[in-house]
Design a protein around this ligand. Structure first.
Ligand code: AMP
Length: 448
């Protein structure tokens, strides 16, 4: 129950209004510590309820009578516009019975309108690093009195090349008293460097490790002979699977446009979202998907980052993501807040090794699925015996051992939180399961 937390009654009222009954594991773990003012490093997937985990303690700190606001008290940085917009909505929902005001600064929106909003001084400022820096350079932004700083999806912000911008904004918050850093993955050395530089003796909460992710999402692979065959499988899945809303991921904008064109030609209510689309298109795509007018979204990784759409219960990887982290982020679009989800990856000969490395990274074995109506000839690599003779492919057992911890630059107190019930098809292991997967160069983010 949320009443277990020492939160202001106006916040508990908002929580009840939103029909949140039980705190999620990340909320149960992080809220009490955040209320104490501790610095936190939290590794938790998107969809785990982490937004409320930091927003509620922040609002509790800020709550009070209506008064003239003179300085920004909280800064929340996120990697994409959509995620920033969603976070603003979440903050507004939780603060509906308070006098706390929030503002949004992202690319793609009118610079002057944002400057006017800044002159009114919001209590909480939410946004993406690029545009924040522009407002800072224009002399419109004063972060000197920020008390609480949140870096959400910090791993993704670094992946997207925002490290310098984030550092500069952190440095502007000279009087901050509390910093909370959230990431979906344990990240690499750049993230560890940032943790060491930015956090002060943090508590490290690992609510999920990558293997725990999406315990409610079934993960399957379907083998394909080539891209045209993949399209046939995709058509079959979209026509025969039971789903409310689906997202089809491609690795390139061109592939997203091609598949979108084919779907529209078949009268599917679809939309395409990628980095070349402008902010208006992106908003429209997300709004239509949320409203249910569009059932299928074809997207690249950058465009779909942080998307939180109710009823999105099927993710299809037309192209396999090029890193384990990206896979985690993609399937994080479904199975949110404990709902069931289905993630299906289409695997050609050229995708097999990548798929296997992602299985190793996650320490999971994806379910092999055959669809007889669109069955091809490729079923995975043939195993070669010592005699040199090819034999049938055996399902590989994933070894849950040999899971080495990485040394952090600083070593915060680690606390592992027991997570949701786990399904049978997932083999789970302990923390920090980071296989040495090559991180792919992400699609260039749209100017933020
Ligand atoms: P997040 O991981 O913060 O993006 O949250 C994912 C979704 O779960 C959002 O739609 C939240 O509104 C919802 N959510 C978060 N916490 C809870 C909760 N305790 N009970 C029900 N839904 C929740």
């Amino acid at each position: 129950m949320f009443s277990q937390f020492a939160l202001h009654e106006r916040l508990l009222k908002a929580v009840a209004e939103l029909k949140f009954v039980e705190p999620t594991p990340v909320q149960a773990a992080a809220i009490p510590l955040a209320l104490q003012g501790r610095d936190l490093r939290v590794t938790a997937q998107t969809g785990s309820g982490k937004t409320a985990a930091f927003v509620l303690p922040i609002l509790h700190r800020l709550i009070g009578p209506a008064k003239v606001r003179v300085s920004i008290k909280t800064l929340i940085l996120l990697p994409t516009r959509e995620l920033a917009q969603q976070t603003l909505k979440e903050v507004e929902r939780f603060s509906q019975f308070t006098f706390i005001k929030s503002g949004l600064i992202t690319g793609g929106e009118d610079f002057k309108v944002q400057a006017a909003m800044l002159r009114k001084v919001p209590d909480i400022l939410i946004g993406t690093p690029g545009r924040m820096i522009e407002q800072l350079n224009a002399g419109n932004l004063d972060l000197k009195e920020v008390e609480v700083l949140v870096l959400d999806e910090a791993d993704r912000m670094l992946d997207m090349g925002f490290a310098d911008d984030v550092q500069r904004l952190v440095a502007e918050c000279v009087n901050r008293q509390q910093t909370m850093l959230f990431s979906a993955t344990t990240g690499g050395s750049t993230l560890r460097d940032m943790v060491a530089k930015v956090l002060n003796n943090p508590e490290h909460l690992q609510v999920n490790n990558v293997s725990d992710l999406n315990a409610t999402t079934r993960q399957q692979i379907v083998t394909a002979d080539h891209n045209v065959h993949k399209e046939q499988i995709l058509n079959w899945l979209l026509a025969n699977e039971t789903y409310q809303k689906a997202i089809v991921f491609t690795n390139t904008r061109a592939a997203a446009d091609r598949i979108y064109g084919r779907l529209v030609a078949q009268d599917y209510k679809a939309f395409v979202l990628h980095g070349e689309k402008d902010q208006k298109d992106r908003k429209l795509a997300i709004d239509r998907l949320k409203a249910g007018g569009v059932k299928i979204l074809v997207a690249t990784d950058v465009a779909a980052r942080g998307l939180d759409v109710d009823g999105l219960d099927m993710v299809i990887n037309f192209d396999m993501p090029r890193s384990g982290d990206e896979y985690v982020h993609r399937i994080g679009r479904t199975g949110r807040a404990g709902n069931d989800g289905l993630a299906i990856s289409l695997i050609c000969h050229g995708d097999w090794n990548l798929m296997s490395s992602i299985e190793r990274y996650l320490k999971q074995s994806f379910e092999r699925r055959t669809i007889k109506e669109v069955k091809g000839t490729y079923t995975g690599p043939k195993k070669v015996k010592a005699s040199g003779k090819a034999v049938g492919v055996k399902k590989k057992k994933v070894d849950a051992k040999g899971d080495k911890k990485k040394a952090g630059a600083k070593s915060p107190t680690k606390r592992k939180i027991t997570n949701r019930p786990k399904t049978d098809n997932l083999s789970l292991v302990s923390k920090d399961g980071m296989a040495p997967l090559k991180r792919r160069k992400p699609e260039a983010p749209a100017a933020e």
